[in-house]
Design a protein around this ligand. Structure first.
Ligand code: SF4
Ligand code: SF4
Length: 174
């Protein structure tokens, strides 16, 4: 039972969603399933049913934290995190409005900071995220200050010694 969406998921992720027999083990272990509408194995079923509009505009594909719990639990070795990645890629490439716009913004900011510095810089990333998503800048200042005082969040960004190699990775991915 293949269709455009399942073929595209397989091409991008290397995963064969038709192997799923819906034992539900992935969904039972997913730490964010309570916030999802369909859940991991529900999404796999919908891929096979070619319900592209519902899937690609759903918040579920953006809520996945990529923790791999589902992949570890799956008796058929389906890497659902990779499937979720491929669904996000398809949604962006086909200009679907993301079900969780802030998640897409967060992904883009993270990659932008890593591309420029060769490493993440949490203070810059979260500052930009708050400004662009219209979250009040000081609403969790207490937590941020605690991390800063413990030396966990440097205030000024520093470039990684491997930033050129990281830049090469971005170029190759393009
Ligand atoms: S654990 Fe694997 S086989 Fe079971 S429902 Fe999830 S994806 Fe399908
Ligand atoms: S990788 Fe995503 S779908 Fe799988 S268990 Fe983690 S959050 Fe849930």
């Amino acid at each position: 039972m293949t269709n455009y969406l399942s073929s595209e998921v397989t091409r991008r992720s290397g995963q064969h969603v038709e192997l799923c027999y819906h034992c539900h083990k992935c969904t039972a272990g997913c730490p964010v399933v309570a916030a999802m509408e369909y859940g991991p194995d529900g999404l796999l079923r919908m891929v096979l049913l070619d319900q592209a509009d519902l899937i690609l505009s759903s918040q579920d594909i953006w809520l996945c934290a990529g923790c791999l719990t589902c992949a570890v639990r799956c008796p058929n070795d389906i890497d659902i995190a990779a499937v979720m990645d491929s669904l996000r890629q398809i949604a962006v490439s086909e200009s679907y409005q993301p079900g969780e716009p802030d998640a897409l913004l967060f992904h883009r900011l993270f990659l932008g900071v890593v591309q420029r510095l060769g490493r993440s810089h949490e203070a810059a990333m979260l500052g930009l995220f708050k400004i662009l998503s219209h979250v009040p800048l000081l609403n969790d200042m207490g937590a941020g200050l605690g991390l800063f005082l413990r030396g966990k969040v440097p205030l000024l960004p520093g470039r990684s010694g491997a930033s050129a190699e990281v830049g090469d990775i971005f170029q190759r991915c393009k």
